[in-house]
Design a protein around this ligand. Structure first.
Ligand SMILES: Cc1ncc(COP(=O)(O)O)c(C=O)c1O
Length: 386
């Protein structure tokens, strides 16, 4: 491995996580157990939600939530096209139809007008995605949901922590799902969390995450547990583990510190790039704070002699990793063919996608790393200026 290469992302793991993992391995309890429960309790306190249910991915969290909402074959669920395909695929798991809609030009968050246009008598729910960590227009989305009697599940895979009008994402609407995937702002390798203020949803998700067996089934091999259990529904194998909680507990303690590190990097990037006519930055609305999971820029392709792929290749050759978030879901082969989706119905996502690049932003980056990215991006833009 080239030691000078600046990775696009690196998890922020220290001795605390390593010691906690060793402690778990020595304890003999590796799967869901006391540390998972503690992680859920501390997450609940941190977010200010009523209940938190830990599972093995955001995808599992989203699937369980839609199942608990009662989404079924024949139903429609509204999803922004500018997201990772998991947001749409969980709708398909239940035989329902994901209805992809366009996003707003300034933030790449779901467009309010597009939501209203997509609503039909079959629509049952909306999944707003907080793109890059910036919260969507939640008041307006919740008003639309109330007007048409729809459920809302926030896709906060990017938005830990983020605030909307002073409230933490996860404490705003009925259900919010987080991801603890390797590149996310709190990482347990793989993992996810359902935060809800609805006890029935919390109970259903708790049961369905572990085969549909009664609530404390995970305890069945412990001293206080019982060998007897009953299955109340055909559930899933979606539980979290104490090994994952061993990463999650120390990560949660420093989640605000890691946020501050990303905010500092974001400020430096914004200061350096705000007047650069060869790229455009996203708008951050004044009444909310992004988690800064991503720092996306948009290339001004008319003013450049290279395309996005060439730009990323140039950065790579100069030892800077970059990413693209995301190829819109409506352009992926399955969704395009299955639901007959065309770019012309997604003018914003389709026109911005070829220009999108995500720059590295994570707590392990030093000031020198940030300056290196700023210099290399600026020099590459100048080098290929038309
Ligand atoms: C917006 C969004 N939603 C959902 C997911 C899926 O998360 P997970 O990998 O934890 O299932 C991701 C993962 O990258 C994502 O970016």
């Amino acid at each position: 491995m080239n030691k000078d290469f600046l990775l696009f992302h690196k998890p922020f793991i220290s001795e605390e996580e390593i010691n906690e993992i060793v402690d778990t391995v020595r304890s003999g309890w590796l799967s869901m157990g006391p540390k998972t429960i503690r992680f859920e309790e501390e997450f609940t306190k941190y977010i200010g939600s009523n209940r938190s249910i830990a599972v093995n991915s955001w995808t599992a969290a989203g699937h369980l939530t839609l199942e608990a909402f009662g989404i079924e074959r024949g139903d429609e669920v509204i999803v922004p096209t500018m997201t990772f395909p998991a947001t749409a695929e969980i709708v398909c798991y239940l035989g329902a139809k994901p209805v992809m809609v366009d996003v707003s030009e300034d933030t790449l968050n779901i467009s309010l007008e597009a939501i209203e246009k997509a609503i039909t008598p079959k629509t049952k729910a909306i999944i707003p995605v907080h793109y890059g960590g910036q919260p969507c227009d939640m008041d307006e989305i919740l008003d639309i949901a109330q007007k048409y009697n729809l459920r809302v599940m926030e896709d906060a895979a990017h938005a830990l922590p983020a605030t909307y009008k002073g409230k933490k994402v996860g404490s705003i609407s009925e259900v919010t799902c987080f991801s603890f995937y390797a590149t996310k702002t709190l990482s347990t390798g793989e993992g996810g969390m359902i935060c809800t203020n609805n006890e029935d949803i919390a109970d259903r998700c708790s049961i369905m995450r572990l085969h549909g067996i009664n609530r404390n089934a995970w305890k069945r091999y412990s001293e206080e547990g019982s060998w007897y259990y009953e299955v109340v529904a055909p559930g899933y194998k979606y539980n979290f583990t104490d090994l994952q909680a061993s990463l999650g507990l120390p990560q949660l303690k420093k989640v605000d510190f890691m946020w501050e590190c990303r905010r500092k990097i974001a400020r430096l990037y914004t200061e350096a790039f705000k007047d650069n006519g060869l790229i455009e930055l996203h708008t951050i609305k004044p009444d909310r704070e992004s988690s800064w999971h991503l720092y996306p820029i948009r290339l001004n392709l008319q003013k450049l002699k290279i395309n996005r792929a060439q730009f990323i290749e140039e950065l790579k050759n100069l030892n800077v990793g970059a990413g693209v978030h995301f190829m819109p879901v409506h352009q992926h082969m399955y969704y395009k063919n299955e639901f007959n989706l065309e770019d012309k119905n997604y003018p914003v996502a389709s026109s911005i996608f070829p220009r999108l690049v995500s720059l590295p932003i994570y707590p392990g980056m030093s000031k020198e790393h940030v300056n290196k990215v700023i210099n290399i991006v600026s020099d590459t833009l100048n080098k290929y200026k038309r």
